[in-house]
Each structure stands twice: as structure tokens, then as C-alpha cells.
Design a protein around this ligand. Structure first.
Ligand code: PLP
Length: 409
């Protein structure tokens, strides 16, 4: 496909074709999870129907076939993110598991009392709580580079929060609550100059941007399959192999060992050393199909399409009295957060659902950020490649109706 034909794309996502409360579904909760393309459903089905066997442990044909399909996905991920080597592609249950792996394993090897872990003020709980736990375990100190009222962490603020004690800086590529795009390559260079390692949370980036890990140069990058049109329960930690090599095993079990004795064991080489037990084989194969589907689309067109939707939605909502957008970073990706004067976000979201419009309300797992902004929560519409301008109009019309019913605005 050389240009983005959104109607043709929509036809590949079966779940979009349904009525909700008697109205055609407008799915705008893509930051929570994306819908799945037919190619992904076929890949899952194909594994379970035809190739279902455990990987790595069998010489029989089905196991070899499953193993080949599973292992091939590492290269799909490596290529999509322009990572240096498939040795650094570790399958995990998702972004949360990837961050916990680093917090636990890197933490045990490298973090000592008095060291500092730096996070940005825009983090999802998944990129905050694992570092709190690490600090509690290790005696390290958590530092925060806070966001301003627009939802921007300035590079000056980030740089000022670094110190010679910073062992690791962890920050999101794109904020799930406000859509802010962080200058991750610039921050990585600053953190490296201070002697710190860097983890970037890519959960909200991979579906919407071209991600070039060699350009960003971060040490660890985490993402989830289900936010990039793939299955739930699968994702990856993509790291620099020479650093992953130095991490002690995270979990023990099958596959992560090369020899086991009663006294001690020898560990496998990368990437398997950091993957214990039977992996989510179908999930990985489905994730591969999702990334191939995405890779078949023209990236510039996709980015331009999603930017257009976001811009149009901002303009529509700005024209509705009583609606206040939250998050005004100059470059935002996919996410539009807003509040309505005099109405609770969950009431607004419930009324939108009655119009078939699926959005999310609440703190979006970024409670400390919203508390600093003085908000209990927001309503969040988040866009994806299969959304249309007509759906943006449906959102605006449903919102006007909701405000009338609530007697506000
Ligand atoms: N980080 C960000 C920025 C997110 O948006 C999310 C999910 O919403 C996560 C981490 C956690 O992802 P998962 O629940 O797939 O592990």
C-alpha cells in the first residue's frame, strides 16, 4: 500500500465493525490497547491450529516449526526498532515486565545505597513503581524531573536532575496521559554524559513513530505488543547486548540455563538467559505479524494521518465551551486529554460510550502527574491509524450532547 487508504485499513480490523448501544463503534482508546488486524488473528490461529508445540525443546517437526516462527520475530523487532542485534531482543509479558526485569536485574548488579534513579514527571506507574521498589530494596534515592503545567519536562529540568550519583534515568518516549513526545535522544546523551544508563519506555511510541534505537542510543527500550496491534501478554525489552550480558538472571527456570546441577547452574547465552520458562509463543508470533503489518504501511503517511486527526480533534474540542484540553506540549502523539468544567471525567466517558464513542477516563496510571496538575483525572481520546476525521466529528458531536445532558458547558 503506497498511500494510507484508511477505509481499506479499517476493513482489516474486524472488531471495529460493530454497534455499541446501537451506534457504530468509534474506538478512541488506543493508548490503552489497540484493536487487532486480521493478519494478527490469522497468525495466532495458525500457530494454535497448525504449529502448536513448545519451542527450543523438541526435535519433532511441529516444535521446529514453532521455534522457527517464534525466533524469527526477534529479527522483525530488531529491524522495526533498528536495534543492533537480535541477541538484545528479550521477550517479556510487556512493557511492565520489561521495566521490572531491568529494575530487578540491573538494580542487583549496579545500584547501591545513595545512588540515584531519575525518572521524568510524565511516567506511567509501570515506569515509576518498579524504581520505587528498587530504591526501597537498595537504599538508592528516586529523583523526579517534573513536568510544567503544559505537560513538558524541559531539557534544562532534566539535566539539572542528573548528578554523578545517577545510575539510571528512566523516561517515557511518549506520555500516555498527555501525549507529550520527549526528546529521548537528547536526554539519553545527557544521561550518558553524567555516567548513567538509560531506559526508555516505548509503550506509546512504537505504534505511532519510527523508532531508531541506534539514533536514540538508549541502553534499554521497552514496549508492549498489544499497543501496536498485537496480542496482549507479549512485549519486549530491547537492550544493548554488551550491557544485558552483565545482568544477572531475572527469573530462574527452563530455557535460561545451559546446565543445571544441584549446587549451582550455568546460564544460557543471550537472549534466552533472560527468558525463563515457556514463553508466550503464540503472542510472539502474533506480535511479529502485527509489526509486519505495520511495516507494510508508509510511515510518513501514517504519522501525518494521526497528526491530522489529533489536530482536528483539538480544534473541534477547543470550539466547545467548558472543555479544557490538558497537555499542551508543542509535539504530542496520538493522545488528547481534556476535562469539562463542572463534570466528572467518568460521567463524560459514560455518556460518550452511550453514543458508541470509546474513550478512557481517570488518572491513566499517571496519578502523581495528574495530582501535580491539580486534577483527579481527565477524559482521554487516543487515535490510531484506523481512525477517521468522521470519527473525530462523532466524538465532538457526542461530547456536545453529553454536556447538554450534564447541564454544563
Ligand atoms: N508505559 C506507558 C507509557 C503506558 O502507556 C503503559 C500502558 O498503558 C505501560 C507503560 C504499561 O504497559 P503494559 O501494561 O502493556 O505493560
Amino acid at each position: 500500500m503506497s498511500v494510507l487508504d484508511v477505509e481499506a485499513l479499517r476493513a482489516q480490523f474486524p472488531a471495529l465493525d460493530q454497534l455499541v448501544h446501537g451506534k457504530p463503534l468509534v474506538y478512541l482508546d488506543n493508548a490503552a490497547t489497540t484493536q487487532k488486524a486480521q493478519a494478527v488473528l490469522d497468525a495466532l490461529d495458525g500457530y494454535y491450529r497448525g504449529d502448536c508445540a513448545n519451542v527450543h525443546r523438541g526435535v519433532h517437526t511441529l516444535s521446529a516449526r514453532a521455534g522457527e516462527r517464534f525466533e524469527a520475530v526477534r529479527e522483525t523487532i530488531r529491524a522495526r526498532l533498528n536495534a543492533t542485534s537480535t541477541d538484545g531482543v528479550i521477550f517479556t509479558a510487556g512493557t511492565t515486565a520489561a521495566i521490572n526485569l531491568v529494575a530487578d536485574s540491573f538494580g542487583r548488579a549496579f545500584v547501591r545505597p545513595g545512588d540515584e534513579i531519575l525518572v521524568s514527571g510524565l511516567e506511567h506507574h509501570s515506569n515509576l513503581v518498579p524504581w520505587q521498589l528498587l530504591c526501597q530494596r537498595s537504599g538508592a534515592v528516586l529523583r523526579v524531573a517534573h513536568a510544567d503545567a503544559d505537560g513538558v519536562v524541559s531539557t534544562e529540568t532534566f539535566a539539572a536532575a542528573l548528578s554523578e550519583r545517577t545510575r539510571l534515568a528512566a523516561f517515557t518516549h511518549v506520555s500516555n496521559a498527555l501525549g507529550t513526545l520527549n526528546p529521548v535522544a537528547k536526554w539519553t546523551a545527557l544521561a550518558h554524559r553524567a555516567g548513567a544508563r538509560v531506559l526508555v519506555d516505548g509503550a506509546q511510541a512504537v505504534a505511532h513513530l519510527g523508532v531508531d534505537l541506534q539514533a536514540i542510543d538508549c541502553d534499554f527500550y521497552a514496549f508492549s505488543g498489544h499497543k501496536v496491534y498485537g496480542p496482549t501478554g507479549i512485549g519486549a525489552l530491547v537492550g544493548k547486548p554488551e550491557l544485558l550480558e552483565q545482568l544477572p538472571p531475572w527469573q530462574g527456570g527452563g530455557d535460561m540455563i545451559s546446565h543445571v546441577g544441584y549446587e549451582c547452574s550455568e546460564y544460557n547465552t543471550l537472549p534466552w538467559r533472560l527468558e525463563a520458562g515457556t514463553p508466550h509463543i503464540a503472542g510472539a508470533i502474533g506480535l511479529g505479524a502485527a509489526l509486519e503489518f505495520l511495516g507494510g504501511l508508509p510511515l510518513d503517511e501514517l504519522v501525518a494521518h494521526e497528526d491530522r486527526l489529533l489536530e482536528r480533534a483539538c480544534a473541534e474540542l477547543d470550539a466547545i465551551p467548558g472543555v479544557v484540553r490538558v497537555g499542551r506540549a508543542p509535539r504530542r502523539v496520538s493522545v488528547l486529554s481534556f476535562v469539562v468544567d463542572g463534570a466528572h471525567p467518568s460521567d463524560v466517558a459514560t455518556l460518550l460510550d452511550l453514543e458508541g464513542v470509546a474513550v478512557r477516563s481517570g488518572h491513566h496510571c499517571a496519578q502523581p502527574l495528574l495530582e501535580r496538575l491539580g486534577l483527579p483525572g481527565t477524559v482521554r481520546a487516543s487515535f490510531s491509524l484506523y481512525n477517521t476525521e468522521a470519527e473525530v466529528e462523532r466524538l465532538a458531536a457526542a461530547l456536545r450532547k453529553a454536556l447538554r445532558l450534564l447541564g454544563v458547558g
